[in-house]
Each structure stands twice: as structure tokens, then as C-alpha cells.
Write a protein that binds this ligand. Structure first.
Ligand code: SAH
Length: 457
């Protein structure tokens, strides 16, 4: 059967794809549909066709799957943020568990891996969990000032001040900023013309400390924000308001933040905790966005590291030292390596602030620093922890890790496919996967975090 663009078809959804989308088949031809759930029968419009598969848009759910729920957020379908809100939360968890299992089996070649997998650790309340938000500011079709989120794959702004996965205080903040902008004729930035002032409203909330930071990203400077004291007076009515600042970004770029900060009110940072470790967070600092599940993830990593107090540990891709400092509570010595210098500045500051004198940090690529330190200085590790970005570990790094022959490796991963690829290498070089645990850090998205414990055979 030939399929054409705009053709209407009826089909049954029988599978789920890599990004959580539904997959249905007609005479062996696969169609991928956003917002469709396994078990749904839908009427759909074909939007794109390729030789062996195509994409379609759900026009109507004819018979809803028993796994389908109505999203709590009325903007869920348009918004590019949550892609799985229409899927019951326990089914989201099941999907993520299976995604990890399938990658480890198919890409990693790890047989009977399910026996080594612990149940996925999900959230008790998978809403309002994020501590960082970046809301673009712009205009709707009628020219009204709005803020919210980008629609999927575009920069079209969806008006949404009540996001179901952000901390609830954001709504108050957004309404206050919009009100200030309207009253003072402050313009929103327009990407097309590179004109206008306010680009994004960035907020960060310390879940344990209650401290709040608001940072306006502007195509200009704070001088251009007329009657700024009016905004400060209004924002400081919000309980916990600790830091207000302006970030300057005059570039024609998709990057949200520029490199320069101007202080407006309070300190230029807030504090928060993961477990007992305190972290200082500035507008430019990287910090895990789901503090509740980060604690769960790091506790699992700690359990897998099984430290007794005498170990030397290397934490590669350490960011601001979040895992390093967790490990430093129980290890003799922790070395962290990270490519971003500012993150290492934060890591050193956080180590000092928490009184850890057993953590040392290196700026550089993990695949350069570790081989250098091993070959020149003969450094040693009882345990190596890695937490790489999505592309996984560099092969030169894996090679050095194998040469260093630590008893244990703990691999924290945000991409099960590259995790599986790297585990295959480690399994062929003398390491055995002992335990695997998936953790849901990003509820309602298709992302899944995984911790793996390996031991030297
Ligand atoms: N473990 C940290 C951060 C993990 S995110 C935490 O939990 O907070 C991955 C980190 O790897 C990022 O901070 C990124 O800047 C860093 N990174 C990316 N490529 C790198 C490389 N080649 N060498 C070292 N660090 C790298």
C-alpha cells in the first residue's frame, strides 16, 4: 500500500519509540505518532513519508488505551517539554526500565541482564519537581506579552505560566515580571529582528533552603530596565527571594545565557543541599534539576561504590563536584575531573564550604587528564565513577580506566545507548556488570538515568 502526505488512516498503536512516541503498523509500514500510547486505536493524518516508515499526527483517539491518562497540564500536547504526560506514570517507568534493558541487551550484548536490574526508582509525586526554569518571553498573535515554553521543535512560544513540573512559585514570579514589563513598556526580545530587550526569565529554587533566584536575560543591560526598583519591590514580596540579577546576552544565538551578570538585589547566588552536602548555585552554575531524584541517584551510586573509608576514588565528568563531594563523605581521597573551568571553581568552593579537605579537582578533558596523570604520576584508583554527557565516555578514557584496573567502576549515565556501548567495551576488558538501577530524574519526558556497578573479574 502506498501512503501519501495528508492521507487519513486508522491504526492501532502496538509499540513505543525511542522518544516515547507511539508506533503503529499498516501492512508492515511503520508510522510514528507523538501523543499516542500503546493500545490506542487512532485516526491520524500522515505528515511525512519515507521509504519504510512515516510520521503521522493523531486527529482523534477512537479507542483509548487503558494506559492513557488525561494530562494534568492543558498545554501538554503543544508544549515541547513533557512528551509523556498522557501516559500513566507507572507505565512511563515501565517504558524507561525496558528502554535500559533493551539497550543493554541489544547494544551491550549483555545476556540475562534483567536478573541484575533492580526495580526502577520513580518519584512519589512526579510533578513540580524541577528547581530550574528558563521561560522565553515574547508576544502572541494579538501582540500580547507572554511567557511560557517553546512548542516542540520550534521557537514558537506557548503561553504557560503554570508549569506542572516546575516549582509552583514560578507562576507568581512570571506574573510579576510580566506586570512590571507591561507597566513600564519594557519590550520582549524578537529573535528574527534581534530587537527588543527581555529574552528569558530564568529562575532557580533551593528545595531545601527555600532560597529563590530570578535572573532576567536581556539584550542590553540593567540600565535599559526602567524603574527596576518597581520589579525588585514586587519580587521581594515572594517568600524566599534571595537573589535578583540580570544576565547580558546580546548575541544572535540559541544559547539562553550570556557570560556577564549584573547584580540587582541580594547575593548573586543561592544555596541548596543534596543530602547533607551544601552547594552554592549562581545563575551560570550547572546543578542537577531534580533535587529529590538526584539524592536518590547519588545514594544509589554511593551504595554501588561501597566505600569503607580507605579508598582512592576518581570522579570523571564531575561538573560542580556534586558526586565527588557525596563520595568524599566516605572515601579517603576523591579526585574530580571536569572540562568546564567555572564548574571546577564551584567544585573547589563547595568542597571548602563543606569542610572536605580530601577532594581535589582537575580542569580538562577526562580522556586527557586521566591518561596524563596515570602515565606521568602513576595515579591509582580503588574505584572510578563516571557520569559523562549523552555521548558517553571517550574510548581513550575507557582504555586508561582498564589499565588502571580499579576493583570497581560505577557508571552513571543519562543515555542508555551510549552506556550500553561503553559497557560492552568494559565487559570485554575484564569487567563484569554486577547491578543496574534506572532512576527517573525527568518524569513525563522520555529521558532515563541509569547507575551501573561493575567489578573487576
Ligand atoms: N557529575 C556531575 C555532572 C555530570 S554532567 C553532576 O552530577 O552534577 C556531565 C559533565 O561532563 C558536564 O559537567 C560536562 O561539562 C562535562 N564534560 C563533557 N565532556 C567532558 C570531557 N571530555 N571531559 C571532562 N568533562 C566533560
Amino acid at each position: 500500500m502506498e501512503f501519501k502526505k495528508n492521507q487519513i488512516v486508522e491504526l492501532y498503536i502496538d509499540d513505543i519509540g525511542n522518544e516515547g512516541e507511539g508506533i503503529g503498523h499498516i501492512d508492515g509500514y511503520a508510522l510514528f505518532l507523538k501523543d499516542a500510547v500503546i493500545g490506542d486505536k487512532v485516526r491520524a493524518k500522515i505528515i511525512k513519508t519515507k521509504k519504510n516508515y512515516g510520521f503521522a499526527r493523531v486527529e482523534e483517539v477512537i479507542e483509548a488505551s487503558k494506559d492513557r491518562v488525561s494530562p494534568r497540564c492543558s498545554k501538554a500536547r503543544q508544549c515541547g517539554g513533557c512528551t509523556l504526560q498522557h501516559l500513566a506514570y507507572e507505565k512511563q517507568l515501565e517504558y524507561k526500565f525496558n528502554k535500559v534493558k533493551n539497550c543493554l541487551e541489544r547494544i551491550g550484548g549483555l545476556e540475562n541482564i534483567e536478573e541484575k536490574m533492580e526495580p526502577i526508582l520513580g518519584m512519589e509525586e512526579p510533578f513540580y519537581y524541577r528547581n530550574k526554569a528558563q521561560f522565553p518571553v515574547g508576544y502572541d498573535k494579538e501582540g500580547n506579552l507572554i511567557t511560557g515554553f517553546y512548542a516542540g521543535r520550534t521557537h514558537h512560544i506557548i503561553d504557560c505560566t503554570h508549569c506542572m513540573i516546575q516549582h509552583p512559585v514560578n507562576e507568581q514570579i512570571l506574573l510579576k515580571v510580566l506586570d512590571y514589563m507591561k507597566k513600564n513598556n519594557i519590550t520582549a526580545y524578537d529573535e528574527k529582528t534581534h530587537k527588543g530587550l527581555v529574552r528569558h526569565i530564568v529562575t532557580r529554587v533551593g528545595f531545601k533552603t527555600g532560597e529563590i533566584m530570578v535572573c532576567l536575560v536581556v539584550n542590553g543591560s540593567k540600565k535599559n530596565l526602567r524603574n527596576l526598583e518597581m520589579l525588585v519591590d514586587s519580587l521581594t514580596e515572594v517568600e524566599g527571594m534571595t537573589s535578583i540579577c540580570v544576565n547580558i546576552n546580546k548575541e544572535k544565538t540559541n544559547r539562553i545565557l550570556g557570560s556577564k551578570i549584573e547584580e540587582v538585589y541580594g547575593k548573586p547566588y543561592i544555596y541548596d543541599y543534596i543530602g547533607n552536602v551544601k552547594y552554592q548555585i549562581g545563575p551560570l552554575s550547572f546543578f542537577q534539576v531534580n533535587p529529590t531524584q538526584t539524592k536518590v541517584l547519588y545514594e544509589k551510586a554511593m551504595e554501588y561504590a561501597d566505600l569503607k573509608g580507605e579508598e582512592t576514588v576518581w570522579d570523571l565528568y564531575c561538573g560542580i563536584g556534586t558526586i565527588s563531594l557525596f563520595l568524599a563523605q566516605k572515601a579517603k581521597k576523591v579526585y574530580g575531573v571536569e572540562i568546564v573551568k567555572e564548574a571546577i571553581d564551584d567544585a573547589r568552593l563547595n568542597a571548602k564550604m563543606n569542610g572536605f579537605d580530601n577532594a581535589e579537582f582537575f580542569v580538562g578533558k577526562a580522556e586527557e587528564v586521566l591518561p596524563r596523570e596515570y602515565e606521568k604520576n602513576g595515579v591509582y584508583a580503588d574505584t572510578i565513577v563516571v557520569d559523562p554527557p549523552r555521548k558517553g565516555c571517550d574510548s581513550k578514557l575507557l582504555e586508561t580506566m582498564v589499565k588502571m584496573a580499579p576493583k570497581r567502576i560505577v557508571y552513571v549515565s543519562c543515555d542508555p545507548a551510549t552506556l550500553a556501548r561503553d559497557l560492552k567495551v568494559l565487559s570485554e576488558q575484564g569487567y563484569e556488570v554486577e547491578k543496574v538501577c534506572a532512576v527517573d530524574q525527568f518524569s513525563h519526558s522520555s529521558h532515563v538515568e541509569t547507575v551501573v556497578r561493575l567489578k573487576r573479574k
